[in-house]
Design a protein around this ligand. Sequence first.
Ligand code: UDH
Ligand code: MN
Length: 327
Amino acid sequence: MNETLPSSNMVKVSPETLNSPLSNSTLTTLSTATESRTISSTQLTATKPKVTQAPPNAACYASQTPFIVNLNYSDIDFLEENVDFIEHLLEGGSWRPAQAVSTINISIIIPYRKRESHLAVFLLNVHKFLQMQNISYTIFIVNQVDDKKFNRAGLFNVGFYEAQKMNSSHDCYFFHDVDLIPDNGNLTYCCSSDAVLHYATAIWRHSAPGEIKDYSMFFGGIVAATASQFQKANGFSNRYWGWGGEDDDFLKRVRASGQNASNIPFADGRYVMFKHDRDKGNEPNGLRMKLLGETQKTWKSDGLNTLNYTVLSILKKKYYTEIQVSF
Ligand code: UDH
Ligand code: MN
C-alpha cells in the first residue's frame, strides 16, 4: 500500500468527473458508477473521461445474499469451535462448491509474517465471502520465517510458483494483503483476460468508519492476474526489501509487457483496512525510488525467472496452506 494517502479533505463530485482518469494516474476503471460518491479533493484534477470497459470473466458471479463483515474474531482456534462453514473446507484451506456454477479456480496468495489477529479475521470473512460466490479456491499463506527485511513482492512470487505446482488447474491468482477485508458481498473475485485488476479501490479504516478513501491511483493491496498475465510480466520484482515501491513496480511491469491494468470501480471495490503500526523488519525501503527508476531495464531479468528461496515446510492446515519460506 502506498503511504501517501489522498487528502482527507472530502468533496462531492459528479459521476462523469469520477470516471475520468486522474492526472497522476495511469489506471483505467472497469465500468461506470451510476451514482455520485465522495472522493478526496486530490482527484479534482481529472481530465477528459477515458474508461476501459473490460468486464471480468463472465463465468464468475456473486451471490445475492448480503455479506456482513465480522471484525470481532482475533483467535484462529476460536474459529474452529464457532464457525460452521469452515467445517466444509478441504485440507489446506481449499473449497469446492457442491454444484459448481463456474469452472474458475482461484488461488489467494497472502504475504505474511506475524499478523495472527489479522489472519483470524481475514479467514473468518474471506472463506465466507468466497463460498457465497460458488467458486473453487485455496488460500495460501506465504510466511517469511527468516530474519531478513520483509519482501512482500518476493513472497507473492514464491506463492504463485508453489501454488501452481500444487494446483496446476488454478488459473486466477489474487495477490492479497492480510489486513484488507472485503465488505461488499456483490464483489466478484475473478480474473479478466483483458487486464490485470486492482481490487481494493475504496478503503475505509476500521478506526475511522464512514470515511471511504479512493485508492484507484495506486496498484497495491490486492491485484488479480491470470497465470499467463503474471508470467508475461515476469511476476513481481525480487529486489524490494522493506516497505514500499514493489506495487508501483508491478504496474510498470504489467505495462512494459504490453498488458493493461484496470481498477475495479470505486462503488464495488470496497474493503475494511485495519489500523496497524509499521511492522519490525518492514521499515520503508530507502532504495525504492532508485529501483523504480530501473524497472524498465531490469524487469525481464528480475522476477519469476530469478527467484531464489528455500521452502522450509508446506503445511496443509485446516483454514489455509502455509508455505514457510526463507530468502
Ligand atoms: N505483512 C506481514 N507482516 C509484516 C509486514 C507485512 O504479514 O511484518 C504483509 C501483510 O499481508 C500486510 C502486507 O504485507 O497486509 C503489507 O504490509 P503493510 O500492511 O505493513 O503495508 P501498509 O502499506 O502499511 O498497509 C504500511 C505501514 C503503515 C504504518 C502506519 C503507522 N501510522
Ligand atoms: Mn496494511
